[in-house]
Design a protein around this ligand. Structure first.
Ligand code: NAG
Ligand code: NAG
Ligand code: NAG
Ligand code: NAG
Ligand code: NAG
Ligand code: NAG
Ligand code: NAG
Ligand code: NAG
Length: 554
């Protein structure tokens, strides 16, 4: 018996919580500055003190991860600089075992009003939410609104689903009549037919119907209020009729990003422009892989321009290079340096960076056989791994740039340089942008210089934030960048580094105004008279230096 069931109890919990102020239901704009770490609860962390057998990804069974385990590993997530966590679906799933496994992933719901007791209790989930919010982080919940699940174990789903076992959609009238999807690129079919198979049927909710809509909306509002959820991922959004995506978003009133698993930018952008403010950036995902695992950088330049042209709000779209439904990056190419370049792009490009658990440990599982759902505890949660450290630096830089300029997030990335195996980009206000120079050569890449046309003025000092080496922009506004072993390079002005927590600079929250004032104060102090100089001369000198500093920091 799970601890939590029935609409009344959701309502009760809601009433209890109504008195306390909790962060929940954040807006798209609020999410844009965040970065998301995606966990799959069953595979992320065990409850402290428990042990589990080796997690066999082929078998596809529950491996033992829990919400309590997630609470204990929030340091690991926050240590990389993430300020949002997305957890896999929380609700009760069918508990049987199919030939290809169990519902450890959470995508086989059969009772919306109960929690998945494998992951813990109502109190555990409340505690996870409170622990996430106590760190100033957002909590996102992966959510299935397209279908319910029923195990037919080989029998025809058209005639063998016992709808009475499903809550609250307990009769066939809540579902589209059965049909099989033969062509996933036919959106009509993808929306009207069943996404499951003859082992685990996924009866397709009749989301055009008002009764279904009301039940889903009320359910989502109550879960969000009960557990202070700040945003939702909408699983299989491609299979939901688009007008319901809009209705659901507007009535529930929180940030949602909808999975439209689709390479075609016109299609995905059409969803953003008409139905849902945010969708994971699948069109870019494929091209990032192309650039960094198959050495095709020019395609990425073109695709960035295309997506910026077609989508109205790229900064609202999660940027990712891995998730639980695609091969690990390292499965396609196991070169660690290529992963560093792809991650640098992912973290510093427009959009909400979205990292899937284990990416930071360079895991290499394939989606086929669901080997990409490795149990993270088997990696030992190494906080010293190269990608973990890289992600923490990039998260700091992104946050710092945003703190200096709240518009940073919405200013779109500009292509700066394209070489045979290099890609340069800048993002941010002109004169104080973040610049990245990426390589597709991999760790066997040679040592050579790239002459990067900078958008900073001559004589400006910049730091390469991954190696902490200073460079000065030459009189032609160029930067001579030494490339070596395919490593990515990221530049930012040294005078804007205080407060970043990088390269020995302090890590306090700072603002551009604060930096301007302290630079001006430093200039004034430097110009202060050591002897009995004329007051008039000194103040002219101070004013000149303050003016100069002001120009540099504009
Ligand atoms: C993992 O599970 C598969 C499928 O059930 C099985 O064939 C295989 O022997 C298992 N591997 C181990 C190491 O137990
Ligand atoms: C479906 O659930 C509702 C509400 O619990 C109940 O009143 C109704 O009898 C159920 N219908 C079926 C067919 O089980
Ligand atoms: C798409 O699927 C629908 C429903 O199955 C079908 O009626 C339609 O002919 C299909 N369209 C195409 C272009 O195949
Ligand atoms: C992408 O989708 C658009 C709109 O549906 C369509 O016109 C176009 O042919 C598609 N492009 C590709 C490459 O499939
Ligand atoms: C994945 O990584 C493991 C551990 O580093 C290694 O033994 C294995 O060969 C790799 N597999 C692939 C497909 O690269
Ligand atoms: C790169 O340029 C620096 C000077 O900016 C020079 O010292 C160095 O030798 C050059 N390296 C290569 C590989 O050309
Ligand atoms: C880089 O420049 C900053 C600011 O001028 C300076 O404080 C720092 O010591 C320099 N770092 C190195 C390694 O030279
Ligand atoms: C933040 O760090 C900067 C640079 O080290 C320093 O000048 C400033 O006083 C610090 N601000 C606060 C509020 O600690």
């Amino acid at each position: 018996m799970v601890s939590f069931s029935g609409l009344q109890q959701w309502g009760l919990a809601l009433a209890v919580l109504a008195g306390c102020e909790t962060a929940s239901a954040a807006t798209t704009q609020q999410w844009k500055s965040r970065t998301i770490y995606q966990t799959m609860t069953d595979r992320f962390a065990l409850t402290a003190g428990t042990t589990a057998a080796a997690c066999n990804t082929t078998a596809g069974l529950y491996c033992g991860g829990t919400w309590r385990g997630t609470i204990d590993k929030l340091d690991y997530i926050q240590g990389m600089g993430f300020d949002a966590v997305m957890i896999s679906p929380i609700i009760q799933n069918i508990d049987g075992r199919a030939s290809y496994g169990e519902a450890y992933h959470g995508y086989w719901p059969n009772d919306l009003y109960s929690l998945n007791s494998r992951f813990g209790t109502h109190q555990d989930l409340l505690d996870l939410s409170a622990a996430v919010h106590a760190r100033g982080m957002y909590l996102m919940m992966d959510t299935v609104i397209n279908n319910m699940a029923y195990m037919t174990a080989g029998k025809d789903p058209a005639t063998n689903i016992d709808y009475a076992t499903l809550t609250p959609f307990n009769s066939s009238s809540y579902y589209h009549s059965y049909c099989e999807i033969s062509n996933w690129n036919n959106y009509t079919q993808a929306q009207l037919c069943q996404t499951g198979d003859e082992i685990v049927a996924l009866p397709d909710l009749y989301t055009e119907h008002e009764a279904v809509q009301d039940l889903l909306v009320d359910w989502a509002k109550q879960v969000i209020a009960t557990y202070s959820i700040d945003g939702l991922r909408i699983d299989a959004a491609k299979s939901v009729n688009p007008s319901f995506l809009t209705t659901f978003h507007d009535r529930v009133g929180t940030f949602m990003t909808g999975e439209v698993f689709e390479q075609n930018a016109s299609v995905v952008c059409d969803y953003q422009n008409h139905y849902l403010p945010s969708l994971p950036n699948f069109p870019l995902y494929y091209t990032i892989l192309d650039a960094f695992t198959r050495g095709n950088p020019s395609a990425l330049f073109q695709r960035i321009a295309l997506v910026q042209d077609l989508c109205t709000d790229v900064p609202a779209m999660p940027t990712f290079i891995e998730n639980h439904d695609v091969d690990r990056f390292a499965f396609a190419n196991d070169d660690l340096t290529l992963a560093k370049n792809a991650i640098t792009f992912e973290m510093l490009y427009d959009g909400i960076p979205w990292v899937y658990q284990g990416q930071e440990q360079h895991l290499n599982g394939s989606y086929a056989g669901t080997h990409n759902r490795e149990a993270l505890w088997e990696t030992g949660y190494n906080t010293g791994s190269e990608l973990y450290v890289l992600i923490s630096k990039l998260n700091r830089l992104r946050k710092h740039a945003y703190q200096l300029d709240p518009n940073y997030i919405d200013l779109q990335t500009v292509p700066l340089y394209q070489g045979g195996s290099e890609l340069g980009f800048w993002k941010g206000a002109f004169g104080r942008q973040v610049v990245m120079l990426l390589s597709t050569q991999g760790s066997t890449g040679s040592a050579y210089n790239v002459t990067l046309p900078m958008t900073y003025g001559a004589g400006i000092e910049v730091v390469e934030v991954l190696s902490c080496v200073n460079y000065t922009v030459n009189p032609y506004s160029q930067l001579i960048v030494p490339m070596d072993k395919g490593e990515p390079r990221v530049f930012f002005r040294t005078d804007l580094m205080p407060g970043s927590g990088l390269c020995g600079y302090s890590s306090n929250s700072t603002s551009l105004t604060h930096l301007r004032l302290s630079a001006a104060a430093a200039a004034a102090a430097a110009a202060a008279p050591s002897g009995g100089e004329s007051v008039a001369r000194v103040s002219w000198g101070v004013m000149a230096m303050v003016a100069l500093v002001g120009v540099l920091l504009v």
